[in-house]
Design a protein around this ligand. Structure first.
Ligand SMILES: CC(C)(COP(=O)(O)OP(=O)(O)OC[C@H]1O[C@@H](n2cnc3c(N)ncnc32)[C@H](O)[C@@H]1OP(=O)(O)O)[C@@H](O)C(=O)NCCC(=O)NCCS
Length: 190
């Protein structure tokens, strides 16, 4: 006689959606939990401060209850003064209680696909090659590029969305994103 089999769905119930203004406090708390207070001192932060993410390229992962379980955003850059446009990805972070269930990978795949769909040519980031390599990122084409501040050269990685987009790219990355409407100080003054 066949024994009944209990089927348990262990796949995490989460979805990747566009970030809304209402997500910002939860996203900031998540970044503090996942990355600690040093996150604001990173060189990448210089390329983000005072800017808004690239249009349509800020995402959160929500769990079944709607809570923010992960975050990724992409930012407009130019590669060297007057150079070609590209995106900076980061920070990517997942709630420490929900690591290793695929949320980071889902955020990365969604972010890369949306950036490509919107016509962007290349994505750069500063991160661990063993992790980002699985999404196609490498340091192969970043040797002549530099962050505007201290960074580890082997962690400056890139992915071309358009073949050849990074050929000949050189110089220091420069923020090119839309400016935030009001300075942070004014936003929180009330
Ligand atoms: C890095 C991070 C975003 C990964 O998210 P996640 O949802 O846990 O990742 P996934 O479940 O998609 O993938 C897990 C896999 O990545 C591997 N991995 C995670 N971080 C890694 C790293 N830094 N280097 C190499 N591999 C890594 C895991 O070992 C696991 O491997 P497996 O698939 O062979 O088992 C998450 O751990 C995090 O928020 N960390 C703290 C913040 C941070 O470091 N952000 C990245 C800034 S560079």
């Amino acid at each position: 006689m066949e024994m009944p089999v209990e089927i348990v769905d262990r796949s995490p119930a989460f979805s990747i959606v566009a970030e809304t203004a209402a997500d910002i406090p939860a996203r900031e708390a998540l970044l503090d939990r996942a990355m600690g207070p040093k996150r604001r001192k990173k060189s990448s932060e210089k390329l983000r401060r005072g800017r808004r993410p690239s249009e349509g390229l800020a995402f959160v992962a929500r769990d079944a209850s709607g809570a923010v379980a992960g975050s990724v955003r992409l930012w407009d850059l130019v590669l060297g003064e007057g150079g070609p446009a590209a995106l900076l990805l980061g920070p990517l972070a997942v709630d420490p209680a929900l690591k290793n269930v695929g949320i980071g990978s889902a955020l990365m795949r969604h972010a890369v696909a949306e950036a490509a769909r919107l016509g962007h040519a290349a994505i750069l980031l500063v991160g661990d090659a063993p992790y980002y390599g699985r999404f196609g990122f490498s340091a192969a084409k970043t040797g002549a590029l530099a962050m505007p501040g201290p960074y580890e050269r082997h962690r400056l990685l890139a992915l071309e969305l358009v073949d050849g987009a990074l050929s000949g790219a050189q110089g220091t990355l420069k923020a090119a994103g839309r400016k935030q409407k009001a300075p942070m100080a004014l936003t929180f003054a009330a």
